[in-house]
Design a protein around this ligand. Structure first.
Ligand SMILES: [Zn+2]
Length: 298
């Protein structure tokens, strides 16, 4: 499972966030679908795969848990639209809300788990009785994952404060691949990560993307993310650098395996520099994430 629920805060935690949590509480996470305890794995530095959550043999998912069904749904959704007249058959984040990290969103000790109860946000029933849950994300990552996993369903509603658009297709915008363009409106932007190593300099991380201004088949001026890490702890900076490095390696592995359409995609909300429009300044680590795979189109 890519994500689970923090049993103390009630918040959905992406596997990648385990890179930043120290120490990881092995008993601190429960299934998003049914609330059983799940095991956080692969979060130590030596692991090659991204951190994720695994079912404990002693604590199987409840029979009605839809988390495993979700994986089957994603496999289907990569190829075809899964929204029907009845609606979207799974749950998805429809809103981004950045919450103060120290703030607890649930009362400790309050009952947690149970169908839908752990996913937070609102849920709505339909005439068929099947629950379609829309929930609130606290980083852009689950939103970006939904975008990649459901390429034919990008008309799902999405609201991101400050960003233009009301659905996935409108809010998330791929940068122009061959030119530097000024974007008048804010979006979650996406472009492939370049293969050159991000520059880690005091107070900043500079990340080159592989889109930008090209001439004579050369990328003369790439789009860049200028991540302002001046107020970050070393752990937070390390977390972002780890994700960038893991993603860069994943992209190379896919290319070596001949999977040309699979890249590492950097999603971000950033302020485009007016004097230097190739640069986007990002200062909140929750507004940047990298995912590897096919971006697909709707
Ligand atoms: Zn479950």
């Amino acid at each position: 499972m890519d994500s689970a629920v923090d049993r103390y805060t009630g918040q959905i935690v992406d596997g990648e966030q385990l890179w930043y949590i120290d120490p990881v509480d092995k008993e601190g996470y429960i299934c998003r679908g049914c609330g059983v305890m799940v095991n956080p794995v692969s979060f130590e530095a030596h692991h090659k795969v991204r951190p994720h959550f695994k079912e404990l043999p002693s604590k199987p998912h409840e029979s009605w848990c839809d988390v495993e069904g979700e994986e089957k749904l994603v496999a289907k959704a990569r190829k075809e639209r899964v929204t029907t007249q009845v609606g979207f058959p799974g749950s998805f984040p429809s809103k981004l809300q950045l919450v103060d990290e120290r703030e607890k969103v649930a009362i400790p000790g309050a009952p947690i788990g149970g169908k839908g109860a752990s996913s937070g946000g609102s849920s709505s029933g339909t005439a068929t009785g099947k629950t379609h849950t829309q929930w609130t994300a606290h980083t852009i990552r689950p939103i970006c994952r939904t975008y990649i996993n459901f390429p034919k369903d990008r008309d799902l509603p999405l609201s991101v404060p400050g960003a233009d658009g009301n659905n996935y297709d409108e809010v998330i915008r791929k940068l122009v691949s061959q030119d530097i363009v000024v974007y008048p409106k804010q979006h979650i932007f996406v472009a492939p990560l370049s293969w050159s190593k991000p520059k880690d300099i005091p107070g900043k991380i500079i990340v080159e993307l592989s889109y930008g201004f090209w001439a004579n088949k050369k990328l003369l001026s790439p789009y860049r993310l200028v991540i302002d890490s001046s107020s970050w702890s070393a752990a937070k900076k390390n977390y972002v650098l780890t994700e960038l490095e893991v993603s860069r390696k994943e992209a190379k592995e896919r290319a070596d395996a001949g999977k040309k359409s699979e890249k590492s995609w950097v999603f971000f909300v950033g302020q485009q520099e007016s004097t230097n429009p190739s640069d986007f300044v990002v200062s909140d680590h929750r507004l940047i994430c990298c995912l590897t795979g096919e971006l697909g189109n709707g």
